[in-house]
Design a protein around this ligand. Structure first.
Ligand code: URA
Length: 231
C-alpha cells in the first residue's frame, strides 16, 4: 500500500469512528420569498413557474395556437430581479421555443453583456407566447388572451425591475400609447416594481445610429439593479 493510500484509508477509518459523533448544524431552509401578485393573475397562483409554463403550453385560447410551431413561454432565471418583456416570438423563437434567440436576441445578449449581465441574471418573455404569422403586430384580442399568462408569470417571478422592450410591451404593461421617443429611458412605478422603457432591439438592427440610446438605457438598468436593496 502506498503512503498516499494509507493516509486515505486512515482518514476514512477515522471518519467511521467519529461518524455518529459528528454533529453538523442543520442547513436552514431558505425563507420563502414574498411574491407581488399582479392584478389579473390566475387565481389561485400556480405553484411555480415551471409547472405553470407546462400547464399552458398547449393553449388554444386564440387563433395563434393553430399557426404556431412552439409555445414560447420564457427563459432565464425564475428568481431574477430583472424581467425583460418583448413583443412576440419571431421565426427562430417559434422554431426553438426560446425567446429572443434570433438576430434581435443576439443583440439583446450583447447589450446585456456590455453592462456585465447575462441571461442567467435575468428572465426574458413576451407579451404574446405564440408567433403572429409573418411577424405581424399582435392584435388586441391576442394580447387579451395572453394577458393573464404574462401577469401570472410576472407574479411568480416577482422581479424588482421590468424592462419593456418596445411599444407593445410598454402599452401592455403601462397602458400607454405615448410615442416611444417620449417613453424610452424613463422609469415608471408599476405594481410595486420599477418599469424601465427602452426601444426593442429589432429597432436598433434597423437604426444602428440609435444604439447610443440603448447603451444609455442599459447603463441606467445596471444602476437600478446595483441600487436594489438585498433580498
Ligand atoms: N422579438 C420579440 O419581441 N420577442 C422575441 O422573442 C423575439 C423577437
Amino acid at each position: 500500500m502506498t503512503e498516499r493510500a494509507r493516509k486515505i484509508r486512515s482518514y476514512l477509518e477515522n471518519l467511521n469512528i467519529f461518524e455518529d459523533e459528528i454533529c453538523l448544524p442543520p442547513v436552514p431552509e431558505p425563507e420563502p420569498r414574498e411574491l407581488r401578485v399582479l392584478h389579473g393573475s390566475i387565481d389561485p397562483l400556480p405553484v411555480n413557474l415551471e409547472s405553470f409554463g407546462k400547464s399552458i403550453s398547449s393553449c388554444q385560447k386564440c387563433p395563434l395556437g393553430k399557426t404556431r410551431t412552439k409555445f414560447v413561454f420564457g427563459d432565464g432565471n425564475p428568481e431574477a430581479r430583472i424581467v425583460f418583456v418583448g413583443e412576440a416570438p419571431g421565426g427562430e423563437e417559434d422554431r426553438t421555443g426560446i425567446p429572443f434567440v434570433g438576430r434581435a436576441g443576439k443583440l439583446l445578449d450583447e447589450m446585456l453583456s456590455e453592462v456585465g449581465l447575462t441571461r442567467q441574471h435575468v428572465y426574458i418573455c413576451n407579451t404574446l407566447k405564440c408567433r403572429p404569422p409573418n411577424n405581424r403586430d399582435p392584435e388586441e384580442s391576442e394580447k387579451a388572451a395572453c394577458r393573464p399568462y404574462l401577469r401570472t408569470q410576472l407574479s411568480l417571478i416577482s422581479p424588482d425591475i421590468i424592462v419593456c422592450l418596445g411599444r407593445h410591451a410598454a402599452s401592455e404593461l403601462l397602458g400607454t400609447d405615448e410615442a416611444m421617443g417620449r417613453l424610452r429611458g424613463r422609469v415608471f412605478p408599476y405594481e410595486g416594481m420599477q418599469a424601465l422603457v427602452t426601444y426593442h432591439p429589432a429597432y436598433y438592427l434597423r437604426n444602428m445610429t440609435q444604439r447610443v440610446h440603448g447603451e444609455s438605457d442599459f447603463q441606467q438598468l445596471r444602476k437600478l439593479f446595483d441600487e436594489l436593496p438585498p433580498r
